[in-house]
Design a binder for this molecule. Structure first.
Ligand SMILES: [Zn+2]
Ligand SMILES: [Zn+2]
Length: 101
């Protein structure tokens, strides 16, 4: 089961979504990579079984979630610059996948 604190409401897709730690891809947008395949399968399974949190139960905005990720990444030794770089890449990827490149 995926930690309920990781879900945020995607305002683009209008659905609950998580960001994978390894690649920073969003479950609603491009899915995971090879490393987080297990987790991304779990997301699919939760959607199929209606186990994803409801909108009202998701307190996290994307901004709050990024702060959460930033803290987690810092714990494993990433610098602010590296984290910013990753977020920038994730944003670029988001735009490309939405066709806004
Ligand atoms: Zn989305
Ligand atoms: Zn990944």
């Amino acid at each position: 089961m995926i930690d309920k604190n990781r879900w945020y409401w995607c305002t683009t897709c209008k659905e609950p979504c998580i960001t994978f730690f390894c690649c920073k891809n969003s479950s609603c947008n491009g899915g995971g990579c090879d490393k987080c395949k297990e987790e991304s399968d779990e997301v699919d399974r939760m959607f199929e079984n209606n186990e994803v949190p409801r909108k009202e139960d998701i307190p996290h905005t994307k901004e709050q979630l990024r702060n959460f990720h930033r803290n987690e990444l810092k714990k494993i030794g990433y610098s602010d610059e590296e984290i910013d770089e990753r977020f920038k890449k994730a944003d670029e990827l988001d735009r490309i996948l939405r066709g806004e490149s």
